[in-house]
Design a protein around this ligand. Structure first.
Ligand SMILES: *Cc1c(COP(=O)(O)O)cnc(C)c1O
Length: 366
């Protein structure tokens, strides 16, 4: 089945004798003993099982686990690792997950943060205790590209796992399991939900290994699971993911081209642009370049803030992946120690008509 078909037809358990077209929401927290495999909703629920079946199919995995947020999903991977493990992670890793490693796992695991788009840096960081390579590509906010196949070869040589945060690309454009990853992570809050109204996360496994069984234990014993209602709405949103992603990527390319030619813009970061340093690797491992881009405004923080305040259609807000366009000056959010340029604006390109988006950008840049 092609992606569009499976996202519409997978993960619907039509057990009701009236045969409703959509699966009803099963709010019950508990199930009668002896009637079926389900006992308690923290361990299993019909809507979560349906969603997990859908997620596994989308990423071509053998199993999936849904969590209450992307951070809960990522943290579950670190929780499942043997204490004393060494992790190699990107120096521009999603800040919430870098925080998880630095705070919750300080003294439990060791982490080396390196530029994962530079293979030599990844190689140099390997230690005998390295158990996990963590990749996020395209990355945030510079849209850096890591070579998933090459890093997978390094991980295999080391007998370590490779996990890939696929939130920006989505399985519409990139399937990390096909590129050699063992685990895929998603913040479903972003493109999967797609309407800025559901918090969620997911892990998808290539194989039901012992490590995966530990992740399942973290999920149902740790209990960071999504509600049946959230699972229902997330599955509903996923039914249109392929069409939304194509729109996001098409619009992002149009905006990236416009910004590249604008005299008030210093630099544009979008992997679809031929001049982007990761363009060739991106083209080899992705079938589209996604809906996120960043650009620097000539000047400093003040000039960048002025553009944000003049924009009408782009809300000044964090997060990404919704139908509405968003803009954010990342350095202001990331705090005083950030390496992100002060004049950089990150854009989540929405599904409004590009004529309107371009007109708004043109007036705000002046
Ligand atoms: C948002 C995000 C996360 C964290 O997900 P939450 O749902 O906010 O917990 C992880 N990785 C990436 C790339 C993200 O954008």
């Amino acid at each position: 089945m092609k992606f569009e078909t499976l996202t519409i037809h997978k993960g619907i358990h039509r057990t009701d004798s009236n045969r409703p077209i959509v699966q009803p929401i099963t709010l019950s927290t508990n199930f009668e003993h002896g009637s079926g495999p389900m006992i308690y909703t923290r361990a299993e629920n019909p809507n979560r099982s349906a969603l997990e079946e859908l997620l596994a199919a989308m990423e071509k995995g053998t199993d999936a686990a849904a969590f209450s947020s992307g951070n809960a999903a990522g943290t579950a991977v670190f929780q499942a690792l043997e204490p004393g493990s060494h992790i190699i992670a990107p120096d521009d890793m999603y800040h919430g997950l870098a925080q998880s490693m630095k705070t919750l796992f300080a003294g439990i695991h060791e982490v080396s943060f390196v530029d994962m788009s530079d293979l030599q840096q990844v190689k140099n960081a390997i230690r005998p205790t390295t158990r996990l390579f963590w990749v996020e590509t395209p990355s945030n906010p510079l849209l850096k590209i890591s070579d998933v196949r090459a890093i997978s070869a390094l991980a295999k040589e080391q007998g370590a796992l490779l996990a890939c945060d696929n939130t920006f690309a989505t399985p519409v454009f990139q399937n990390p399991l096909d590129l050699g990853a063992d685990i895929v992570m998603h913040s479903s809050t972003k493109y999967f939900g797609g309407h800025s109204d559901i918090l969620g996360g997911a892990l998808i496994a290539k194989e039901k290994s012992d490590f995966w069984k530990k992740i399942r234990a973290v999920q149902h014993i740790g209990g960071a699971v999504p509600s049946p209602t959230d699972c229902y709405y997330l599955a509903r949103s996923i039914r249109t993911l392929a069409y939304r992603m194509r729109g996001h990527a098409q619009h992002a390319m149009i905006l990236a081209d416009f910004l590249s030619q604008h005299p008030k813009v210093e630099k544009v970061f979008y992997p679809g642009l031929k001049k982007h340093p990761g363009h060739e690797i991106a083209a080899a491992q992705m079938s589209g370049f996604g809906g996120m881009l960043s650009f620097t405004v000539i000047g400093g923080a003040g000039e960048a803030d002025a553009v944000v305040s003049k924009l009408q259609l782009f809300a000044n807000a964090t997060s990404l992946g919704g139908v509405e366009s968003l803009v954010e000056r990342r350095a202001a959010v990331e705090g005083p120690n950030t390496k992100t340029p002060q004049n950089l604006l990150r854009v989540s390109v929405g599904l409004e008509h590009t004529d309107d988006l371009l007109e708004d950008l043109a007036q705000a840049l002046g």
